[in-house]
Design a protein around this ligand. Structure first.
Ligand SMILES: *Cc1c(COP(=O)(O)O)cnc(C)c1O
Length: 377
């Protein structure tokens, strides 16, 4: 197998690596050269390249030179930051940087560490939501008594991220629709419900004044999270959680903050991706065979190939075939979701190296494969 064949196989065959590596750990040391050679020839072919400019799948998880230098620093020091004394600088830096970001997002004062609230870094948004659920649960049980545990409920949007399907939480992952926070705030207030806003992806965009209105109403929330490891040039994993009352969360785990760019640079980064997504959306709109199926809010475009009028399954198979045929080129990577029973394609712009030419190339592949599929119907 040459490298190209291996690359292709690696994306099709779970278990490919077991065949290439020994059954047990090496008895004797080996040269670094050999290790790196293995990385080059056995590992990299099986890596999904999230930093590729042709990566449009799920959501971005972008890195940066500043991001990985920060990782190296923190790996070198190997900070263990579960309490202030285990690494005072890490703990204080975390609070300071989360306050900076809270200010850049115009979060209410209550979320700053100068009051009763503050920010804390979690591994992922899923963990942030879990931590908030535990805090909300314990807070209410303190007033109503532990025996009420089986009666507790959480409410969430029907398109909530899978992490929650498995808190009152808002924010949707499939299509980046944004729930009306002020209206939800009213309901939660009247009913004494903990109100969590999950802006894992879209939170990054809200550092641009023109997108900040999407989180209007966050003033009323008990907690808010956004992922630095998605669209904010910070290595995985780094999810940011702010609460108005930090006391229930004091025991939570922390990792290191790496906020590495200035606000002007970060805003340009976000706006550039949103502009490219708008450009892609325009391309889709111009081709009458396709349809944009959900309003584009940030840098995600949800679209589908329209089925011929007599289509049995409303084009679900057609779009799933299109996704397979586009991804199997190995030149681009996109993913799908299901909205109201319809199989939808998602193109999420967010890799730092993506330029307009990559958007154009992705669209060209989509068009070519669509033409081929429609001809063979
Ligand atoms: C991406 C996303 C998540 C999950 O983020 P993880 O950090 O991978 O757990 C949760 N909620 C929303 C709205 C998201 O966009």
């Amino acid at each position: 197998m040459d490298a190209e064949q291996l690359r292709e196989q690696a994306h099709k065959m779970p278990g490919y690596l077991g065949k290439l590596l020994p059954d047990s750990a090496p008895t004797y040391p080996t040269l670094l050269e050999h290790v790196l050679d293995d990385v080059q020839h056995k590992i990299l072919p099986g890596v999904t390249h999230w930093q590729s400019p042709n990566y449009f799948a799920y959501f971005p998880s972008n890195s940066s030179i500043a991001g990985f230098l920060g990782e190296m620093l923190s790996a070198g020091i190997n900070i263990v930051g579960f309490s202030w004394i285990t690494s005072p600088a890490a703990t204080e830096l975390e609070s300071i940087v989360l306050d900076w970001l809270a200010k850049a997002l115009f979060l209410p004062q209550d979320f700053l560490s100068s009051g009763r609230g503050g920010g804390v870094i979690q591994g992922t948004a899923s963990e942030a939501v879990l931590v908030v659920l535990l805090a909300a649960r314990d807070k209410i049980l303190k007033t109503v008594g532990r025996s009420a545990l089986p009666k507790l409920v959480t409410y969430a949007s029907d398109q909530v991220h899978s992490s929650l399907q498995k808190a009152c939480q808002v924010g949707t992952t499939s299509s980046t629709a944004v729930d009306p926070l002020p209206a939800l705030a009213k309901v939660t207030k009247t009913n004494n419900i903990w109100f969590h806003v999950d802006a894992a992806y879209a939170g990054s965009a809200c550092i641009c004044p023109e997108y900040r209105h999407f989180i209007d109403g966050v003033e009323e929330a008990d907690s808010f999270n956004m992922n630095a490891h998605k669209w904010f040039l910070t290595n995985f994993d780094c999810s940011l959680l702010w609460v108005k009352d930090r006391s229930p969360l004091i025991q939570s785990l922390s990792t290191n903050p790496e906020f590495l760019k200035n606000k002007v640079g970060l805003r340009a980064h976000i706006r550039n991706h949103i502009a490219m997504a708008a450009k892609f959306e325009e391309l889709v709109v111009q081709d009458k065979r396709f349809k944009v199926v959900a309003p584009r809010t940030f840098s995600l475009v949800c679209f589908r190939l329209l089925p011929p009028p007599n289509s049995e399954d409303n084009g679900n198979k057609l779009n799933s075939d299109l996704l397979d045929s586009v991804n199997s080129t190995g030149s681009v990577f996109i993913t799908h979701t299901v909205l109201s029973g319809e199989y939808i394609l998602r193109l999420a712009v967010g890799a730092p190296l993506t330029e307009v030419r990559h958007i154009n190339a992705a669209w060209q592949i989509l068009q070519e494969k669509a033409t081929a599929l429609l001809e063979n119907l």
